[in-house]
Design a protein around this ligand. Structure first.
Ligand SMILES: [Zn+2]
Length: 139
């Protein structure tokens, strides 16, 4: 018989891999997180799996992480620890992006362990958060 729901141990493996990446924020732990997630999706033959406050989903050869919780429009701080999402270098990393018709839905993960998504127009996103350059046509 095929297990319909992933075992708690397998969810725990994914959660551990995600929290390891959030704590260390290294490319190697990011890759490990995506490989582990994909391996477990493949083991169960499913395209996505709910794990706590996010789901992991097949994406290309690996996997991606999609948060369940959406930040309120305009909020740019982590709901759990208050750190600035766009500060660089900071404590918040993009875990995955699900592209929408008009807006992208990046899923962010904070070093404190919080995972959330945010609806934002890709046009309005820039690292400094400074929109004034767009209005400067004189120079
Ligand atoms: Zn946080």
């Amino acid at each position: 018989m095929i297990a319909q729901f992933p075992a708690p141990e397998d969810r725990a493996v994914v959660q551990t891999a995600v929290s390891m990446f959030l704590r260390t924020q290294k490319p190697s732990t990011r890759l490990r997180m995506l490989q582990v997630s994909r391996a477990i999706l493949d083991r169960y033959g499913v395209s996505k799996m709910a794990v706590g406050e996010y789901t992991v989903q097949k994406a290309g050869p690996l996997a991606t992480v999609v948060a369940k919780n959406m930040l309120p429009a305009g909020q740019r701080i982590c709901p759990d620890c208050g750190t600035d999402i766009y500060k660089w270098p900071g404590d918040v990393r993009i875990l995955g992006i699900r592209e929408g018709f008009r807006r992208d839905l990046p899923t962010y993960g904070c070093r404190c362990g919080s995972v959330f998504k945010k609806s934002e127009s890709s046009v309005l996103v820039n690292e400094g958060g400074d929109a004034s350059a767009k209005q400067d046509g004189a120079s």
